[in-house]
Every structure is written in structure tokens, then in C-alpha cells.
Ligand binder design. Structure first.
Ligand code: CP3
Length: 374
């Protein structure tokens, strides 16, 4: 067996890791997707004179920005401050992140020649990220997990093919359906970039990883299973031996949750559209269909989610009512054996105009509730 150098901490009392593994956490773990960002005045200040991508390659800045929401909100996890396009940028793809818009690729990838010209991955290209992770780990307590992440191949392919954010992903779907062999070739070219980026983070010591397939919800389950799942499964499988919990998340994925769980994941992220108990039922039923020999306990996954980010604008009593509903739905799923644990989160990222104090109060309220029963 090949043993890798690892800087991973041994955390015996981190609520997020306990919930992900089906153990009873000391408190209900909570973190927020996009917790680092424009909702924080200290983030806006630090980013005033530096570009988004530039800050992702500055170890001091990425560490500081990662820690800002942890200090302010007392969340149970830090998420590495980076972006899904960072490994593409690091490998030399000409792209930028345009404020208010998102990643924009200078030369969209649409032909076999474009695909073959995509660069490979060299861990040295993300040395700055690795250095930043070291600094973050030095600051976190042993109850706070550091989550690394990458974009999933479908979502990254969409940015590469469309050339930027897309409303309908039409060029992406067109390639998938008209030239499936070319589609597979593109997915296979992106795979090492994603796996390499995740491996670099894991070797640097992150405690968990999240694969963001933000736009997978635009696909039918049939297309997801045929054209995407094998590629995401290969990536998740390549890091299975690392022993860190894998979180798999997408938006609008109610119909895909079973397939996304089947890709190989300990935790399934659920957006706000579907109650967690229904999501859990779908996941455990789909996993049992895939592998009927699975005992019931083995087909349960931990859940992550799923407060609608817009509710944070609705005032404290509305937030509390929704948090109570979500916790009750998660607990029901666990009671029924459909889920193994619950990590509280939003159903998608923090919206930029969110009041930072509303986030802190929500974290406090979740922590004041009993952890999920077992
Ligand atoms: O706190 C965290 O969650 C960690 C940081 C993080 C960022 N991007 C920082 C960021 C994470 C996990 C991401 C992932 C990401 N990036 C995804 C998947 C998650 C999701 O939201 O679905 C996607 C689709 C992207 C692509 C991307 N990058 C978009 C759509 C945008 C927003 C553009 C805008 O200005 O509205 C970005 C830029 C980006 N990534 C920002 C941040 C904090 C905003 C940059 C800024 O502050 O100007």
C-alpha cells in the first residue's frame, strides 16, 4: 500500500466529523456555503484592492479570509477560500472571475482540438493553496473542521463550454447529446484536474471535502446517470481511501439525490426545495435499489442543509421557525433510519447582501437546539 505524507489532524470531538460518520455530535454542526464573502465587512475590506482569483493564490489572504467567518460566527467548519475554477486557472486556462457575474473563460472549449489542448495538473501549481491550508490548520481549534472542495466535472464543463455562467446550459447539453464520445473525452480531461486539486488539499490536511455540482440539477436523472455520474464517481472513488468524509452537493437536485449519493459520498447536500426527510427517503431507497444486498443502515447517508438563503432576510422569528422545521425533518429521517446524521447549512450559498449578524444569530440558535438523536 502506498502511504502518503499527511498533515491531517486527528480530531476526536469535531461535531461535523461526528455527524458525517453517524456518531452523536456534542452539538449540531453548522456551517454555511459561501460563509466567506461579501456578507462580511471584513471580507469587503480585505478584497477592496485585490482581485478574486489573485486572493485565491495568496496563502496569507486565503487563510485570513477562510478564518473570518469562523471567528465571527463560531461555525463548526471553515471552508477553504478558493473557487471551483482555481485548478483550471492554476493549470493555465485563460479565465477570470468577473464581479457580479462569475467565471468567464477566454476561449470556450467546444471542439476535439480545444479539449486536447486543455492542460494537465501539477500539484506545484497549487502550492500557494497548500501553504494557506497549513496556516488555517494552525488557527482552527480541534473541534473545527476544515472543508476542502472542488467543482464537479459537469459544473466545470459547463463553464468551459459555455464560456461563462449560463441560464440554460444549452451548449453543454448539445455536446453531451450530439457527441457523447467527445463529451466523455472532455470529462476525462477535467477529471485529473479535479482529482489532483482534491488530493493536494487532502494531503495538505483538510478534514473533509465537498464536491460542488452546482448545476447538475439542470439535467434529467437519465442524463445525469449516463453522462455525469460515472465521472463524478471516478473522482469520489479516487479519494475514498483518504478517510475524509465526502460531501456531494448540487442545486435543484431533488430528482438526482439518489444518483448523487450513489456516486460515492458520506454526506449528501440538499438544496432548500425538498424537506430533508423526503430527501433522505429518496437517497436510502435509491441506494437499496442500486444494491439490494445493502442492509438498511448501509443505505443511509448523512444530510447537509437546507435553509433557503433568502430566509435570512426575513427576520429572527421567521428564521427560527424554519430552522425548527428543518431540524425536525432531519431528526425524523434519522429516527426512521433513512439518514445517519445532520449537518445544518443553507440550501445554497449565502447571498451577498445578507446581514452578517443574522448569520451569527442563526448559528447560535442551531447550537442551542439539541443535537440530532441516534
Ligand atoms: O465560503 C465559501 O463557501 C468558500 C468559497 C467559495 C467561493 N466559490 C468563493 C467565491 C466556494 C465554495 C466557491 C464555489 C463556487 N464558485 C461554486 C460552487 C458553489 C455554488 O455557489 O454553487 C460556483 C458555481 C462558483 C463559480 C463562481 N465564482 C460564481 C458563480 C461566483 C459569483 C460571481 C459574483 O460575483 O456574484 C464566483 C465568485 C466567487 N467565488 C466569490 C466568492 C466569495 C465572489 C467574489 C467577490 O467577492 O467578488
Amino acid at each position: 500500500m502506498i502511504r502518503r505524507m499527511t498533515n491531517r489532524r486527528v480530531l476526536t470531538d469535531a461535531p461535523l466529523l461526528d455527524a458525517a460518520a453517524g456518531r452523536t455530535p456534542s452539538r449540531r454542526p453548522v456551517w454555511f456555503m459561501r460563509q466567506a464573502g461579501r456578507s462580511l465587512p471584513e471580507y469587503r475590506e480585505i478584497r477592496a484592492n485585490i482581485g478574486m482569483l489573485e486572493s485565491c493564490f495568496r496563502p496569507d489572504l486565503l487563510a485570513e479570509i477562510t478564518m473570518q467567518p469562523v471567528r465571527r460566527h463560531d461555525v463548526d467548519a471553515a471552508i477553504l477560500f478558493s473557487d471551483i475554477v482555481v485548478p483550471l486557472k492554476a493549470a493555465g486556462v485563460d479565465l477570470d472571475i468577473v464581479p457580479g457575474r462569475g467565471p468567464v473563460v477566454a476561449h470556450p472549449v467546444r471542439t476535439a482540438a480545444d479539449i486536447d489542448a486543455l492542460p494537465g495538473f501539477d500539484p506545484d501549481q497549487v502550492a500557494a493553496v497548500v501553504e494557506g491550508i497549513g496556516a488555517i490548520l494552525g488557527e482552527l481549534t480541534d473541534r473545527q473542521a476544515l472543508i476542502g472542495f472542488a467543482g464537479a466535472p459537469f459544473t466545470l464543463a459547463s463553464y468551459l463550454i459555455e464560456g461563462g455562467p449560463s441560464r440554460n446550459h444549452e451548449r453543454t447539453k448539445a455536446l453531451m447529446h450530439s457527441e457523447p464520445a467527445l463529451w466523455d473525452r472532455l470529462m476525462s480531461r477535467i477529471d485529473p484536474l479535479i482529482t489532483g486539486f482534491l488530493r493536494a488539499q487532502i494531503d495538505a490536511g483538510v478534514d473533509a471535502v465537498q464536491l460542488f455540482d452546482s448545476w447538475a440539477g439542470f439535467l434529467t436523472e437519465r442524463d445525469y446517470r449516463r453522462h455525469v455520474l460515472p465521472h463524478s464517481a471516478r473522482i469520489l472513488g479516487a479519494i475514498a481511501d483518504a478517510g475524509v468524509p465526502r460531501i456531494h452537493f448540487g442545486v435543484g437536485t431533488g430528482e438526482l439525490l439518489g444518483a448523487m449519493a450513489a456516486a460515492g459520498t458520506e454526506v449528501v447536500g440538499v438544496d432548500w426545495r425538498m424537506p430533508l426527510d423526503i430527501a433522505a427517503r429518496r437517497i436510502s431507497a435509491a441506494l437499496q435499489d442500486d444494491d439490494p444486498a445493502d442492509g438498511r443502515g448501509d443505505s443511509a447517508r448523512a444530510l447537509q442543509g437546507n435553509l433557503d438563503p433568502a430566509i435570512l432576510f426575513a427576520g429572527e422569528s421567521a428564521v427560527q421557525a424554519e430552522v425548527r422545521r428543518i431540524l425536525a425533518e432531519a431528526d425524523r429521517a434519522i429516527d426512521r433510519g433513512d439518514a445517519r446524521g445532520h449537518i445544518f447549512n443553507l440550501g445554497h450559498g449565502v447571498l451577498p447582501d445578507t446581514d452578517a449578524d443574522a448569520i451569527t444569530r442563526t448559528v447560535d440558535f442551531v447550537h442551542a437546539q439539541p443535537p440530532a438523536p441516534r
